[in-house]
Design a protein around this ligand. Structure first.
Ligand SMILES: [Zn+2]
Length: 277
């Protein structure tokens, strides 16, 4: 009986090593405080935290994420993000409603985790999206934009990550265009660590002020855009962009260093839109 138990234990250990066989070339540093850190559904997800992945072409690049570890298998799924949003193929329905924001002021802790620059948020900041409440966890940046609109990239895209439950997230994406100086970037761009590190701010920011006034949005079902690429995200891409100056965009893009995943096949998914008056 004891021998049988030992054999089962040994088998389980072997399965573990096979499932994350590539994790031996870890650099362990990259994924802490990552946008996926809040998504530890079970113990096996913790193991995949140590698998090294990159936004850049190569063995650990986006094309190979699905092969890096069993837990990243979703990266090869059918409902992946980002996508190209084609204005000529919007599914015309009137079943969406206006987003109701209950955002307040929050202290921020800015982290450069090697994959993105992330503003961690404290306090209760919620948004009601089509009847469901989602709590804001953090927002972070990509350059270039991850989503494209009519085939066009924007220089920067910010993602506001919200959670309703372990299997129900909502991410609000907002594009940046070149224009007026951006207030938030003016305040923090010089303080953002240019390599891995963090900056704690004692002052507060009014989160609603960061968003465009008009909150018309595109909506579709997709995934996290970084491993494990879990397909649990309701995507809301705002139609109106934010502005930042040429210098701000250049400086921030240098820090973000092309941290965008290429667009993924839409596979018949419907993109809807809600137009705010
Ligand atoms: Zn993101």
């Amino acid at each position: 009986m004891k021998l049988k138990f030992n054999l089962i234990a040994l088998t389980l250990v072997l399965i573990f090593f096979v499932s994350c066989s590539n994790s031996n070339k870890n650099d362990n540093k990259g994924t802490k405080n990552d946008e996926t850190e809040q998504l530890k559904h079970n113990d096996s997800k913790k193991d995949s935290k140590n698998v090294h992945w990159s936004h850049h072409k190569g063995e650990d690049g986006p094309e190979n994420w699905k092969n890096l570890c069993d837990d990243f298998a979703d990266c090869g799924g059918n409902s992946q993000s980002p996508i190209n949003i084609d204005n000529n193929s919007i599914f015309k329905v009137n079943d969406l409603v206006t987003a109701v924001f209950n955002y307040g002021k929050s202290k921020v802790n800015i982290i450069n985790n090697g994959h993105t620059v992330q503003f961690n948020i404290d306090g209760e900041n919620n948004v009601n999206l089509n009847g469901k409440n989602y709590k804001l966890l953090q927002f972070h940046y990509h350059a270039l934009s991850e989503h494209t609109i009519d085939g066009k990239h924007f220089p920067i895209e910010v993602h506001f990550v919200h959670k309703h439950s372990d299997t129900d997230y909502a991410v609000i994406g907002v594009m940046y265009v070149e224009g007026k100086e951006n207030k938030l970037l003016k305040k923090y761009l010089d303080k953002i660590p240019t390599s891995k590190g963090d900056f704690k701010s004692n002052d507060t920011i009014d989160i609603l002020e960061i968003l465009p006034d008009n909150k018309s949005y595109y909506y579709y079902n997709g995934s996290l855009t970084t491993p494990p690429c879990t397909e649990i995200v309701n995507w809301y891409i705002l139609k109106n962009p934010l502005e930042a100056s040429k210098e701000q965009i250049e400086k921030f893009s240098e820090i973000l260093h092309n941290n965008y995943r290429p667009v993924q096949p839409i596979n018949g998914r419907k993109v809807k839109q809600y137009l705010e008056k």
